[in-house]
Design a protein around this ligand. Structure first.
Ligand code: HEC
Length: 456
């Protein structure tokens, strides 16, 4: 991001120039107290405040004026607030996207010399030290802190927590409070229904262990990434957490330049009663493209993987999550309804590894049986991609390190009628198995790679 902003520094100079446009009577005078504070407080201060991941606060005139030029640049390029999704066919819940006129106001304010204005400023938002989603039903804490060194490669680490549940529960939301906010890049949550992963011995002097299978914890429970807000599943939907389960958290740590100590606190919210319909993930391509021939030549500007799936039953879609590493450039998930109408579920034109998010729809989106889902993911492995971690570019294949690649779009849905759940689940699994078989037949060396991954 810094690179990108540096590249736009020329524009910043333009914004900071004497207020030519201010003399234009058609442009209204913009002041902090008048218009700017409201925009910043509503869209920026949740993250731009002490104790959160953003590098500076936006809670006062002084905060805003100190960073004015940067703000104009970041919002004009739609880097901030972080929200990668283009407007789609279904409205998203909690959309963090400034309107064109809000962006114009911020730019005009900077161009006009960032006046504070007269009158009373709007009150800065209060953040009571409590949880963002309210008091959780169960709070658990990492038993031992993880000590991160100042520098070095990114670290993936699984840490298991015993929950001591004496009955099955239904998770409606998970809120994570990392202690080293800027070092925790993203986490994935899993349940281990056997409650055994916490017995696994730690590797090395720090708690936890590596490996992408989370020590055998089999039930994915979603995740959280820097910049993402914790969210409740829509419409009372929930994920089952069997009695006796361990919660396994797969951390992706990113060294910050100074030593950090991570000891997160996790709040779990439970449904009062089991939901009437079960959530299912439909991932395209399955296993983050493991069976899709993800092997990108050095210098390739536009390496594309596509995958499709036709719904065997009626479903209601709750949202989409996107995942890839540094080299991805854009991705799209569409639904072609049986009548031929094409709906965009998620389109990201400027993928950024730092802002992995889940995009929930405001209302469930009905997708009837026979609807075809089409996913398309693009990667740019040329030197022109400022996010390319290798210079000069090198060949990059599927793998779990952030310098390797992966990519998938995952539709989060429920069957329209619960009795279709098993049929849907079986069909999704059958598709995955068929792809795996085909791929291994074409490239037997893949079998060894997969066995190695599973053995971890
Ligand atoms: C969801 C959290 C979040 C929201 C909302 C958010 N920011 Fe940020 N912002 C961040 C984080 C985290 C960083 C540091 C990113 C990095 O260094 O890669 C950042 C960085 C920035 C930067 C500096 C970029 C740099 O190169 O260091 C600016 C300017 C900025 N934000 C402005 C804004 C403005 C203006 C808004 C509201 C319109 C906003 N942000 C909303 C999290 C957020």
């Amino acid at each position: 991001m810094r690179y990108f902003l540096a590249a736009l520094a020329g524009l910043t100079c333009f914004f900071a120039m004497p207020p030519v446009r201010a003399q234009n009577a058609a442009r209204p005078a913009v002041t902090f107290n008048g218009q700017v504070a409201t925009i910043l407080y509503r869209n920026c201060s949740t993250c731009h405040r002490p104790g959160e991941a953003a590098p500076f606060s936006l809670l006062s005139y002084r905060d805003a004026a100190t960073h004015g030029a940067m703000i104009a640049t970041a919002v004009s390029a739609r880097i901030m607030p972080p929200w990668r999704a283009q407007p789609a066919s279904y409205a998203y819940r909690d959309e963090r996207r400034l309107t064109d006129s809000e962006i114009a106001l911020l730019r005009d304010w900077v161009a006009q010399g960032m006046p504070e204005g007269t009158g009373k400023p709007p009150e800065a938002p209060q953040f009571p030290s409590g949880w963002r989603l309210g008091e959780p039903d169960l709070v658990v804490e990492m038993p031992e802190p993880y000590h991160l060194k100042a520098d070095g490669p990114d670290i993936y680490r699984n840490i298991a927590l015993q929950l001591g549940l004496t009955e099955d529960k239904w998770i409606t939301a998970i809120e994570m409070r990392p202690s080293a906010r800027s070092a925790v890049h993203h986490v994935l949550y899993f349940a281990d229904p056997n409650g055994r992963v916490h017995l696994k011995t730690s590797e090395g002097s720090e708690p936890g262990f590596s490996g992408m299978r989370a020590g055998g914890a089999t039930v994915p429970l979603g995740g959280w990434a820097v910049g993402a807000q914790p969210q409740f599943f829509p419409e009372g939907l929930a994920l089952r957490l069997p009695q006796g389960s361990d919660l396994v958290i797969q951390y992706h740590f990113h060294p910050t330049g100074k030593p950090e100590i991570e000891k997160s606190v996790i709040g779990l919210h439970f449904a009062k009663q089991p939901p009437s319909r079960s959530l299912i993930s439909i991932q395209l391509p399955p296993v983050y493209s493991l069976f899709s021939g993800l092997d990108i030549p050095a210098g390739d500007r536009d390496f594309v993987i596509r995958d499709s799936y036709t719904l065997p039953v009626d479903i209601d879609a709750a949202g989409v999550s996107a995942h890839a590493h540094y080299l991805a450039s854009k991705m799209k998930l569409t639904a072609t309804l049986p009548g031929g109408e094409v709906k965009t579920l998620l389109a990201i034109n400027d993928w950024n590894f730092n802002w992995q998010d889940q995009y929930y729809f405001r209302d469930l989106a009905a997708l009837p049986r026979g609807t075809r889902l089409d996913a398309e993911i693009h990667w740019n492995n040329s030197a022109e991609n400022p996010n390319n971690p290798s210079n000069p570019p090198v060949r990059v294949a599927w793998g779990e390190q952030s310098k390797d690649e992966m990519g998938a779009l995952t539709l989060i849905a429920v069957p329209h009628v619960q009795t279709d759940y098993r049929a849907l689940q079986r069909d999704v699994m059958a598709k995955r198995t068929a792809m795996a078989q085909q791929r291994i037949f074409a490239d037997p060396s893949l079998l060894r790679k997969i066995s190695e991954l599973l053995a971890q």
